[in-house]
Design a protein around this ligand. Structure first.
Ligand code: SF4
Ligand code: SF4
Length: 100
């Protein structure tokens, strides 16, 4: 009888991570957004990106990533008043994976 056993070698690697500090956050009324993208370019730390999905108006909308400073530039530039901005008393840390 032949030996049908197989050997599987599993290599586990721990993904590289980095810690991002957020001093604020935003609430985005995505259903009001008209997709102009002014907020994307206005955000100094570049923590906003446009969604791939669309809202009920058919527009893509911004999504927040860790690292917001609470500077309110997005709120000031948005023509549709989509943003509420909050500042934290203490910075909040988010651990994110980084691609190598
Ligand atoms: S508050 Fe400032 S840092 Fe935060 S998302 Fe808006 S523009 Fe970006
Ligand atoms: S600036 Fe306002 S309307 Fe324009 S994409 Fe950003 S959230 Fe939407």
């Amino acid at each position: 009888m032949s030996d049908t056993r197989t050997t599987t070698t599993t290599t586990t690697t721990t993904p590289a991570t980095t810690t991002i500090r957020s001093r604020g956050s935003v609430r985005i009324d995505t259903e009001v957004c008209k997709g102009c993208e002014l907020c994307i370019t206005a955000c100094p730390p570049e923590v906003l990106s446009m969604s791939t999905e669309v809202n009920h108006l058919g527009y893509r909308f911004p999504q927040l990533h860790p690292g917001c400073t609470g500077c309110a530039a997005c709120q000031l530039v948005c023509p549709d008043f989509c943003f509420e901005v909050y500042r934290f008393d203490e910075p909040r840390l988010t651990v994110v994976e980084v691609s190598s």
